[in-house]
Design a protein around this ligand. Structure first.
Ligand code: 6GU
Length: 229
């Protein structure tokens, strides 16, 4: 998979992309992630990429010119057309289902905005879909783009050591779209708190049953909204 990110702050992505799983996924060529600075496509010597909103109002708006020019440059970096995604709080909310869907694409082009938003002609002209990561406002789309990348890359075959480890994740089909069951590791007793006896029993059928029940109970208790779906 190839992921292009168009951003005013490429340096924002450097540390998270060069750690742990995301780093290894790039080194093993399972994913290629390319950052392009929108400001390099500004038309004037001040490298201006934002301007005042028509009709008045607070803040600044991302100008269409630099984003279009940047997009057209990035488009040519690979023959694959790719799915174009604008990161904005007005987008469809990201969930595990969406992450799985996006992980099946060959190419994604993520556009992170700053300021009060994008000139509407960016969305229309690029035929972009919009994604949000939740109902709160961030200073820009960079963290949202990073969240999407993280959620998607771990789903790509070969990225996690054990390909089964995504299967039982919270929100996955194996846990009925709800929360994951509780996990324990050594020691058997920690500060007076014991590992549930059943997990030490070696009875795999009973353990599976107990885990299903636990997953269901905690979803009911902590995220009943997931059960309505
Ligand atoms: Cl994608 N962008 C911004 N600026 N804020 C957000 C968001 C995106 N998703 C949730 N809040």
């Amino acid at each position: 998979m190839r992921i292009d990110v168009l951003t005013l702050f490429p340096q924002f992505f450097e540390s998270p992309l060069n750690c742990s799983i995301l780093k290894r996924a790039q080194e093993t060529h399972i994913v290629e992630i390319a950052l392009t600075d929108i400001r390099d496509f500004a038309a004037d010597k001040y490298r201006k990429v934002d301007d005042k909103p028509y009709g008045g109002g607070p803040g600044m708006v991302m100008m269409p010119g630099p984003v279009f020019d940047c997009f057209e440059h990035v488009s040519k970096l690979s023959p694959e057309k790719g799915r174009v995604i604008l990161l904005t709080p007005q987008g469809q909310r990201l969930d595990q289902k969406k992450a799985i869907e996006l992980s099946k694409e060959n190419r994604l082009i993520l556009i992170a905005g700053r300021y009060e938003g994008f000139d509407e002609r960016i969305r229309i002209g690029l035929g972009a879909e919009q994604i949000s990561i939740g109902d709160y406002v961030l200073n820009g789309g960079e963290l949202a783009a990073m969240v999407i990348i993280d959620a998607i890359v771990r789903l790509l075959p070969g990225v996690l050591g054990d390909d089964d480890s995504v299967k039982d994740d919270s929100f996955s089909e194996a846990v009925g779209g709800g929360l994951e069951y509780p996990q324990y590791t050594r020691p058997e007793v920690f500060r007076g708190m014991k590992v549930p006896e059943i997990l030490l029993s070696g009875d795999h059928k009973k353990i599976a049953q107990w885990r299903r029940q636990q997953a269901q109970d905690r979803t009911q208790k902590w995220r009943p909204d997931l059960l309505d779906k």
